[in-house]
Design a protein around this ligand. Structure first.
Ligand SMILES: NC(=O)c1ccc[n+]([C@@H]2O[C@H](COP(=O)([O-])OP(=O)(O)OC[C@H]3O[C@@H](n4cnc5c(N)ncnc54)[C@H](OP(=O)(O)O)[C@@H]3O)[C@@H](O)[C@H]2O)c1
Length: 285
């Protein structure tokens, strides 16, 4: 039975992968969840197993009306929202030149705007409560670019920019923001959630083409365990000072450290050029 000091979570994309693992872990702990999916019948088993603490509803994050109604359902059901997890997303695989306008826009609609609409809808609730925590599931690809994932990288970099600014804006309301950056995890992401651009240009065979080959073999072989990722996410929600970024997986850590080192080296190498851009004379009055 749920006690009053358990947390209330709202998780997008609860049907598989991280969303499913996190929903299960949160329910197992005794917290309450509004579990959401485009096909909510995929969550029937959880709603039956946890009738008092789980509510399953339909939510396509690209539909703003469904976003608003998910927030209302959460408040009507459990009276508050302590943790929002913006997890719903998919990958678009193809070079920048290969991606069609529709493929690029749809990718942004889900991965970026879906999360943005959720954030905007939940903030009045969290401000009223003077508390809340938003986990935005980005990616190692939200910090470093990959050939063949440029549009996906764009959605996740944008989500990270929004998250950093948001953290500054909502800190006075006791609302915390954590960006989650997983590396390769064994979910459906590299399988049914990977959209390949329809157009393939042979000239990119050695860059994005190689990423296509890598992704063909990736499904089922990823090192990361989504259940352990879920445990890590629950940990940051329950500490007093949660990190702004939670990197998940040794592969992601190595790649992010590598980028930080190369950015620092480049800053040093170009420092004189960087600083020699101010007016040489002081303005006098
Ligand atoms: N697995 C990895 O290696 C990895 C690494 C870095 C980041 N990520 C990120 O982790 C997040 C979750 O992906 P996953 O790895 O757990 O893959 P997954 O098992 O394929 O799960 C993706 C989830 O997103 C949902 N979704 C997609 N579009 C949606 C929409 N418009 N509205 C609502 N839900 C939608 C899917 O629902 P349906 O069942 O309805 O399709 C599914 O529940 C994504 O944001 C992904 O970019 C994954």
């Amino acid at each position: 039975m749920a006690s009053n000091n358990t947390k209330v979570w709202l998780i997008t994309g609860s049907s598989s992968g991280f969303g499913r693992s996190l929903t299960e872990a949160v329910l197992e702990k005794g917290d309450r969840v509004i579990a959401t999916a485009r096909k909510p019948e995929q969550l029937d088993d959880l709603a039956q197993q946890y009738p008092d603490t789980a509510k399953a509803i339909r939510l396509d994050v690209t539909d703003r009306q469904e976003v608003e109604s998910a927030i209302h359902t959460a408040i009507n059901t459990f009276g508050r929202i302590d943790v929002l997890v913006n997890n719903a997303g998919y990958g678009l695989l193809g070079s920048i030149e290969e991606a069609s306008e529709a493929e690029a826009r749809t990718q942004f609609e889900t991965n970026l705007f879906g999360a943005l609409w959720m954030i905007q809808a939940v903030l009045p609730v969290m401000r009223e409560q003077s508390s809340g925590h938003i986990l935005n599931i980005s990616s190692v690809g939200g910090f470093t670019g990959y050939a063949g994932f440029g549009i996906y990288n764009g959605t996740k970099f944008a989500l990270e920019g929004i998250s950093e600014a948001l953290a500054l804006e909502v800190a006075p309301f006791n609302i915390r923001i954590t960006i989650v950056e997983p590396g390769s995890f064994r979910t459906d992401w590299a399988g049914r959630s990977m959209v390949r651009s329809e157009r393939v240009i042979d000239a990119y065979a050695k860059s994005s083409g190689q990423t296509r080959d890598w992704m063909d073999q990736e499904g089922g072989n990823q090192a990361g365990d989504p259940a352990l990722a879920a445990a890590a996410m629950m940990k940051v929600v329950n500490v007093e000072n949660p990190p702004q970024r939670l990197v998940l997986g040794a592969d992601a850590l190595e790649r992010i450290r590598g980028k930080l080192r190369s950015v620092a080296q480049e800053l040093d190498a170009w420092e004189q050029t960087t600083v020699n851009t101010a007016f040489s004379t002081q303005m006098t009055h």
